[in-house]
Design a binder for this molecule. Structure first.
Ligand code: COA
Length: 139
């Protein structure tokens, strides 16, 4: 990720997530919250770029024996084109290479599309944390 990517990443995430955050947490979307994550030194952000600019990105954090996905976004006009699957493959490949046992993520309970996507890709529900679901896949 380049610093100049930040506005596009924030805009893409806001478009995808504002309604879901409101329905799950009852909170308005805040750009600053995502900016803090993207600028956090412990977070590694990978951006997928095409001819038409940034198409998708993900953030991961290295946590002991697993990798945690802290953001995972495909630009709305690129949904269902295989980019999400490609990003999960990249994350899982990297986790295996680093000797990790699992990949973990957190999804809002009202985010039906993402829940189905993760179930489809072998992630299991571990527990509920308020209006968030914690899901994991063993590698
Ligand atoms: C959820 C998301 C990441 C999926 O990425 P994507 O690039 O659209 O997904 P893919 O094209 O790789 O999907 C691959 C397969 O997963 C399954 N899948 C994807 N979305 C699905 C859905 N809504 N319902 C059921 N299956 C789904 C399909 O079987 C699909 O295969 P197909 O194309 O043959 O139908 C994407 O829709 C997104 O960015 N959503 C908004 C942001 C978000 O919610 N992020 C997660 C926050 S925790």
């Amino acid at each position: 990720m380049q610093r100049s990517d930040l506005p596009e990443l924030v805009a893409m995430s806001r478009e995808n997530m504002a309604a879901i955050i409101l329905s799950s947490w009852g909170e308005e979307w805040k750009d600053e919250r995502l900016m803090d994550l993207l600028l956090d030194q412990r977070v590694e952000t990978t951006v997928l770029e095409g001819d038409d600019g940034i198409e998708a990105y993900y953030c991961v954090e290295d946590i002991d024996e697993y990798i945690f996905i802290s953001s995972f976004q495909v630009r709305r006009d690129f949904h269902r084109k295989g980019l999400g699957t490609r990003m999960l493959d990249m994350i899982e490949e990297r986790a295996r290479r680093d000797g990790k046992a699992e990949v973990e993520l957190c999804v809002q309970s009202t985010n039906e599309k993402a829940k189905e996507f993760y179930y489809y890709h072998g992630y299991d529900l571990m527990y509920r944390n308020g209006n968030n679901l914690i899901m994991r896949k063993k590698l």
